[in-house]
Design a protein around this ligand. Structure first.
Ligand code: ZN
Length: 277
């Protein structure tokens, strides 16, 4: 089970995985499409608009991050449930969701994806703004099959799909961590899969976003996925040399810090132009 609970203060990885089966499976879907089953609520976002948004986002994200061979139709389709209240959202998503507004779950059995689900909590304007971020996690799972993408890569790429407002906060968090000396070492960032303190979370999200930006600017954005796959197979030092001609993690640390300082607290343009808003 690959589960991502995403939010500025979410303790990702400490969450008890919840089964996909719940009330949403028993209830009828409001609308379905080739790749999605969608349920919203009375007075909430339009199911028809959500369907169009989901399909178009999925296509755009696949074109940026996946190879042609991985751009297949989803079977099973991705269930998307938009919740009207925090209590409904937390009941579906489980413990640890209090500070989040989106969750994605990809269930894998024997190397095959057997379930995809996104839960979203609307904001006061009745907008489910976490959809692009959560959908990015589900799209990336197709490339990694049964393996879990490294957390920094999964969250850094998904955060690229966040609104400009959210990305601005992540950049500020990264800059603050660098200035205060609380920034994680890159070697620690690359291997972190479970937070040990709430203080790590804002630095982790901000640094992951800027690390993804830095690496994506060294070549084509999709090479990030090649890099992560190579790192899983043969380690980060070798993968850095092979894909980016960077001489290992220490060299990456020097180059990335120089890059991050040069950016300051400004928010760079999202590299994912198909979804940039
Ligand atoms: Zn996330």
């Amino acid at each position: 089970m690959l589960k991502r609970l995403c939010g500025f203060f979410a303790i990702v990885g400490l969450v008890t995985a919840t089964p996909l089966a719940d009330t949403a499976q028993a209830a009828a879907w409001d609308i379905e499409s080739d790749n999605f089953q969608i349920r919203t609520f009375a007075g909430g976002p339009s199911a028809a608009q959500l369907r169009q948004q989901c399909e178009s986002l999925r296509t755009g994200l696949q074109q940026v991050w996946l190879t042609a061979a991985d751009q297949t139709e989803w079977s099973p389709r991705c269930q998307v449930v938009v919740h009207a209240t925090k209590s409904s959202y937390q009941t579906a998503v489980g413990r640890g969701a209090a500070q989040t507004s989106g969750s994605s779950t990809v269930r894998v059995v024997a190397g095959e994806i057997v379930g995809r689900r996104i839960d979203l909590l609307c904001d006061a304007r009745k907008v489910a703004s976490a959809l692009p971020h959560e959908l990015t996690h589900v799209v990336l799972a197709d490339r990694f099959d049964a393996a879990r993408p490294p957390l920094w890569l999964d969250e850094g790429i998904a955060t690229m799909a966040d609104t400009t407002e959210k990305r601005t906060l992540h950049h500020r968090d990264c800059h603050d961590a660098l200035r205060s000396g609380d920034a994680l070492r890159v070697a620690q960032l690359l291997r972190l899969e479970q937070f040990t303190s709430a203080k790590q979370v804002p630095a982790f999200y901000g640094q992951s976003l800027l690390l993804v930006h830095f690496l994506a600017e060294q070549g084509e954005p999709a090479q990030l996925i090649d890099f992560a796959e190579a790192a899983l197979e043969r380690g980060y030092d070798r993968a850095l040399r092979d894909i980016y001609q960077i001489e290992g993690i220490d060299d990456l640390e020097r180059r990335w810090r120089k890059y991050a300082w040069s950016k300051g607290p400004r928010t760079p343009q999202s590299l994912v132009s198909v979804i940039a808003r």
